[in-house]
Design a protein around this ligand. Structure first.
Ligand code: SF4
Length: 410
């Protein structure tokens, strides 16, 4: 096993990350988030306030929990360090070195590897969301950090990954070869995004039967077109998806309420009690509700498929960013793929539901808020994805992939 280290002198900048620019809307500094402060930043800032004999001011800004972790305090629902102009008081008066890593990095996700510093975005930020609209495929440019004009705040600690240090008998070792293949499939615009997701699943199924070795890659590209994609199993997919909705609704009360509302719109006739009571009884009611399968499929035909070609690049960019978020390195493939298609299923379900309510086809004004909602709730819910993985992890690999493949046919 080699002992390669990370390189911080090279930047690998995806085009969508380069085009992001913070609009200072302040929505990442609201009380709905827990803004963690790393210990070094906490100590540095505390020392400055102490030297100015302003300990009491400092304690109005930051706090520690029982485990000794430090967090920002909030005032009127906003981060206590936020000025009325939505500027950070630490950045303004002390400089960006005094920001915690959380604040330095958001909404970027920054990784360090042996090939350089790498980036992705998170789409809970409204300005980040806008970059998904670019119809051009995302590209990655490599440049020397010393000469680069790309500005980002370097975190104190990078999330590091070094494939060369993994066991040569593992797929992690070949990650630098696998990643471009995943991106090429996702950006192959001759097929729909569903078909590309299915193709990814078929690729993972195929890779399970190949022993990782230096020449594995030679066999895959020319065979890729012949990897059989399973036929659509929409019925099975909606049954599975209904179970997923229930698991998520049970662990997330606000989602359960939203879901109850949405189901009411799908199937108002069978609603025999007032909506408020219905929402109060959400958990039991959801168990008894049928997934509105036929209505959902006809709405998919009327509202999703009719306009899909005009906004499909938004989903492509979203999933390319997902791959650049290194889920396929830090998680095993089944878990990462399951996460990916679950996100897809939820985005599609919510978009079609809103289109059905509004009686108009899916368009960016529906899709973008749904992606934002999913990224700030579901995609942050490690507990939900852990539960999901737990439920299928004891199944054979082939069954795990089959579950994920089925879900991608939602
Ligand atoms: S939510 Fe995004 S645009 Fe708004 S202040 Fe935070 S980083 Fe900037």
């Amino acid at each position: 096993m080699s002992n390669k280290t990370v390189s911080l002198s090279t930047l690998r900048i995806p085009s969508h990350v380069r085009s992001f620019s913070c609009q200072q809307c302040g929505s990442c500094c609201l009380e709905k988030w827990r803004i963690e402060i790393d210990p070094t930043t906490y100590k540095q800032v505390a020392a400055i306030y102490e030297s100015q004999q302003q300990d009491n001011v400092f304690h109005e800004l930051m706090t520690k929990d029982d485990q000794g972790k430090s967090y920002m305090k909030f005032s009127n629902g906003r981060c206590a360090a936020l000025t009325p102009e939505n500027l950070c008081i630490f950045q303004k008066s002390l400089g960006e070195d005094y920001l915690s890593d959380t604040c330095k990095v958001y909404p970027r996700r920054i990784f360090a590897s042996s090939r350089g510093i790498e980036f992705a975005l998170t789409f809970s930020c409204p300005a980040a969301l806008q970059v998904l609209l670019n119809p051009e495929p995302i590209t990655i440019h490599t440049e020397e950090a010393a000469q680069s004009t790309f500005h980002f705040m370097r975190p104190r600690k990078f999330l590091c990954y070094v494939p060369e240090n993994a066991a040569p008998s593992s797929w992690s070792f070949y990650y630098y070869q696998v990643e471009p293949l995943l991106l090429a499939i996702l950006q192959s615009r001759t097929t729909t995004i569903e078909q590309r997701l299915l193709q990814l699943g078929a690729l993972f199924t195929r890779l399970q039967s190949i022993t990782p070795s230096p020449n594995w890659f030679e066999a895959i590209p020319k065979e890729l077109h012949y990897i059989p994609v399973p036929p659509a199993r929409k019925e099975k997919a909606t049954v599975l998806f209904r179970q997923l909705l229930l698991v998520y609704a049970k662990s997330t009360p606000s989602f359960a309420n939203m879901l109850a509302n949405l189901l009411h719109h799908w199937d108002p006739i069978s609603l025999t009690i007032p909506l408020t009571q219905y929402i109060a009884k959400t958990k039991e009611s959801l168990e008894q509700r049928q997934f509105p399968q036929e209505a959902y499929w006809s709405a998919e035909k009327a509202y999703w498929k009719t306009t899909q070609a005009s906004w499909e690049h938004i989903l492509e960019n979203y999933f390319v960013n997902f791959v650049l978020g290194k889920f396929f390195f830090f998680q095993n493939w089944q878990e990462a793929y399951l996460r990916m298609v679950t996100l897809y299923g939820f985005i599609k379900f919510l978009s079609i539901s809103y289109a059905h309510i509004l009686k108009k086809p899916v368009e960016p004004s529906i899709l973008l808020p749904v992606i934002q909602e999913i990224d700030q709730s579901l995609n942050h819910s490690n507990i939900f994805f852990q539960n999901l993985s737990e439920r299928i992890k004891n199944q054979p690999l082939a069954v795990q992939t089959d579950v994920a493949l089925t879900l991608s046919q939602i």
